[in-house]
Design a protein around this ligand. Structure first.
Ligand code: KG4
Ligand code: ZN
Length: 341
């Protein structure tokens, strides 16, 4: 395949509870993406049920795939390679997407490009902006809360991460404790829409200069004070405490690295209060549109296209070497690319 020829890839994202596919052009960028959210299904159980996730992914993929192709007037034979999230995530959820990707790669004899979910979130901003290196990426999702220094493509350094829960998990668990729906972030925002709450002082996590996050103390304080304050004051102050902790830790990372170009990604980056506070900081800030903050295959296909152009992919003969690892860190994943087989 010559580099001037347009190549079309199919992105696959099934690491948690959203099933998503995307079509991406090596020359024109994102063509289209499709998504099926399972939020309503898991709401009933106040959180994600892994077994249900994988069953839903299996059902969803087989109607999303033809629908995406049809509405773009493409057929399977127009796909030149696959870009698939292989780590991290729920093992059974990853397995469905990887099996789907491997199956298509094998059947069509096209390359398979592995993508790390956190890397995909970080690069989701490139779907809308062109950003110069280096930059700091604050990743705030349901499973991860970490800051990476991004020096170039595949040149990443972990600056700090959470010691316990992720920010999204804190929103989700707090919302359930207060009788609100899953997922917690959007439920908390919706609840606060028509309220005029007062601020309650929550404990401040990590008062020293370590660049780490911790949300368990906030959650404990919330549960212990449930009967002492009004629900609206508690919900509002809990959100303020989470957002302030994210901002304070980000400031420490900026101070340590001297990097002022900041990218904020992941489901929690959709939070209006967080976006408001970030915008008031003296930094060069990039946050994706809400639709690209939460899980989607558009961001996976963008990274897959970059990795393919660098020449890393599995072909039919080495598909069995694909590693599907639910807990692999971003830096360990990049290292693993150097030792493919
Ligand atoms: O990135 P994501 O879609 O999936 C993971 O990779 O985890 O993030 C999902 C998380 C959930 O915990 C959800 O409560 C949170 O993102 N979230 C929000 C908002 N929208 C989604 N948190 C705060 N405010 C929001 N508007
Ligand atoms: Zn995610």
């Amino acid at each position: 395949m010559s580099s001037s020829q347009e190549l079309i890839s199919l992105g696959v994202e099934t690491s948690c509870d959203d099933t998503s596919l995307a079509l991406y052009s090596s020359q024109r960028g994102l063509i289209d993406y499709i998504l099926s959210s399972q939020a309503n299904l898991h709401k009933e159980y106040n959180g994600i049920v892994p077994e249900l996730c994988s069953r839903e992914h299996t059902k969803n993929l087989y109607f999303l795939f033809p629908r995406l192709l049809e509405r773009n007037h493409l057929t399977k034979s127009d796909i030149n390679f696959m870009s698939v999230t292989t780590s991290p995530g729920l093992i059974l959820s990853l397995l469905v997407g990887v099996a789907f990707g491997v199956g298509i790669s094998y059947a069509l004899d096209i390359p398979f490009v592995p993508v790390h979910h956190i890397e995909a979130h970080i690069y989701s901003v490139f779907l809308e902006y062109d950003i110069k290196y280096p930059f700091l990426a604050l990743v705030v999702s349901g499973g991860h809360t970490e800051i990476h220094l991004i020096k170039g493509f595949e040149d990443y350094e972990l600056v700090g991460k959470t010691l316990d829960d992720a920010a999204g998990e804190a929103f989700d668990k707090g919302a359930i404790a207060l009788g609100l729906d899953y997922p917690g972030g959007p439920a908390i925002e919706k609840f606060l829409l028509d309220k005029s709450p007062k601020l309650i002082d929550f404990p401040i996590p990590i008062k020293d200069d370590r660049i780490v996050f911790s949300f368990s103390g906030l959650k404990t304080f919330l549960k212990e004070n449930k009967d002492k304050y009004s629900k609206e004051d508690l919900v509002y102050s809990y959100q303020e405490a989470i957002v302030n902790h994210l901002i304070r830790t980000l400031k420490k990372a900026i101070e340590k690295t001297g990097v002022r170009c900041i990218v904020v990604v992941g489901g929690v980056a959709a939070n209006k209060r967080l976006r408001e506070k970030l915008k008031s900081m003296d930094i060069e800030l990039y946050i994706p549109s809400i639709k690209f903050c939460t899980d989607n295959a558009a961001m996976v296909s963008l990274v897959g296209d970059m990795r393919f152009k660098k020449g890393f992919y599995y072909t039919k003969k080495d598909l069995t070497y694909i590693k599907l690892e639910p807990h692999l860190s971003l830096e360990a994943f990049i290292k693993s690319l150097k030792t493919k087989n």
